[in-house]
Write a protein that binds this ligand. Structure first.
Ligand code: CP
Length: 323
């Protein structure tokens, strides 16, 4: 894998390789010796133009567990605030010998530009661009779904029924998951108020519903709640919903809706959560919730992505343990 820009670029076999590699990484992490020598001497730059807790920290943790050197770059406090362009920032990182650049950017397409403009030789990994894609989030979601519902190396998610609920309009997590889950054989239903459904959704490989209760009554295997992205709703045409109270009443996952689900069903959320809006505390903290586990799985998945992009054609290099 040269870059990871979008889940739409992964075919079934490639996606399963990432999930299987992540499973191997997770197995090493569950033992006493956690640090692997695999990326010793490589440099990973975390280039974050937007805020992040989970993604930035888990990429840093993943790179360090593979023995890479890590440079954390935040736009706040950098020369970006003096007007430096993405190109000049990239050329600076190239001069410093970055082997992989993990980029989060408010502009959809920024990682694609970085990968293909010829400014850097590094592998480029998209850590979230605008409302476009967040491929490692979708991969960790698929990894979590597989662990609970289709355990076993080599397995995909054939036949699984997943409801993705909430602010689809602004969600790169939803876009990434729709493509990846479809590629892996799952059936996806998007559930949202009409004001939070993107134009052109008819072309996506999924169903669309405006009725959460009807979707839950059809017994999905998993429900993925999306954060209501109020920070992206300012300005004209922002797709605002009637009111937070009305949104929670019609589209929030609460205890009563949780009890509609079949016994085996699990609840996911990419975080950060708006407790009391798209998900109640009862649902977020219930035994069905795998939200904290998603965060832990993110480290193993990001270790796999760094390994597969940086080890490249020598990806047969063993995943070894070291003291
Ligand atoms: N899920 C996710 O991307 O979280 P962060 O914004 O905290 O990285």
């Amino acid at each position: 894998m040269r870059h990871l820009l979008s889940t739409a670029d992964l075919d079934r076999a490639e996606a399963v390789v990432v999930l299987d590699t992540a499973a191997q990484m997770a197995a090493t992490q569950s033992r006493e010796i956690k640090k692997l020598p695999t990326l010793h001497g490589r440099t990973v730059v975390n280039l974050f133009f937007e805020d992040s807790t989970r993604t930035r920290i888990s990429f840093e943790t993943a790179a360090k567990r593979l023995s890479a050197d890590v440079i954390n770059f935040s736009a706040k406090g950098s020369s970006v605030s003096k007007g430096e362009s993405l190109k000049d920032t990239a050329l600076t990182l190239q001069a410093m010998g970055a082997d992989a650049i993990v980029i989060r950017h408010q502009a959809s397409g920024a990682p694609h530009l970085l990968a293909h403009a010829g400014w850097v030789d590094a592998a480029v990994i998209n850590a979230g661009d605008g409302t476009h894609q967040h491929p490692t989030q979708a991969l960790l979601d698929a990894f979590t779904l597989r662990r609970h519902l289709r355990p076993g190396l080599g397995e995909d998610l054939a036949g699984l029924r997943v409801a993705i609920v909430g602010d689809v309009l602004h969600s790169r997590v939803a876009r990434s998951n729709v493509h990846l889950l479809h590629t892996l054989g799952a059936h996806v239903t998007l559930v949202a108020p009409p004001t939070l459904v993107p134009v052109g959704v008819e072309a996506w490989p999924c169903e669309v519903s405006y009725d959460l209760d009807a979707t839950l009554a059809a017994a999905p295997d998993a429900v993925m709640m999306l954060r209501v992205q109020r920070e992206r709703m300012s300005g004209a045409g922002g797709g605002f919903f009637p009111s937070p109270l009305e949104y929670a009443r019609r589209y929030g996952l609460d205890g009563a809706r949780l009890r509609m689900l079949p016994d085996h069903a699990i609840v996911l959320h990419p975080g950060p959560m708006n407790r009391g809006l798209e998900i109640s505390a009862e649902a977020a903290d219930s035994p069905r919730s795998v939200i904290v586990e998603q965060v832990a799985n993110g480290v193993a998945v990001r270790m796999a992505v760094l390994y597969l992009t940086l080890a490249g054609s020598s990806a047969s290099a063993p995943i070894e343990e070291t003291r």
